[in-house]
Design a binder for this molecule. Sequence first.
Ligand code: 4NP
Length: 152
Amino acid sequence: MIRILMVCLGNICRSPLAHGVMQSKLPEDHFYVDSAGTAAYHIGNSPDKRSIAVAKNNGLDISTQSARKFNVSDFDTFDYIYVMDQSNYSDIISLSRNANDTKKVKLFLDINTSIQNKNMPDPYYGDHSDFEYVYNLINETCDILAKQLNQD
Ligand code: 4NP
């Protein structure tokens, strides 16, 4: 079983989408996908209703997800920890205990060589079109990652 964790700040906008999209592209008998936030603001909340809506428009139900905060034990549980932006990267790396933890943490958009800006934009203060943009970028990047993982 390969375990993948998607991380953003609040765990209500970007990482729940990355969690749902990635899960939908991988066989569940070989892959476990989850998401978490670096901040505690939204613990226990459902994803943002705009993330739920854009996922639903693309045939995915993420409404049952519940926000949680990243925990140091996630370094033990997960093989890959994908962070949405540089700020998330710094926050997670600051919690790493050793080189093995550190090497699990990767910028999600580093997977996508067609994208120059490696920070997934935060749509929280944006509108529906910002959520659509983020969904499409996540979907495209998850396709690349799924192809890579299925080849390993
Ligand atoms: P996310 O977006 O990190 O993609 O879940 C945000 C959600 C909430 C807040 C900021 C970003 N907030 O400040 O509450």
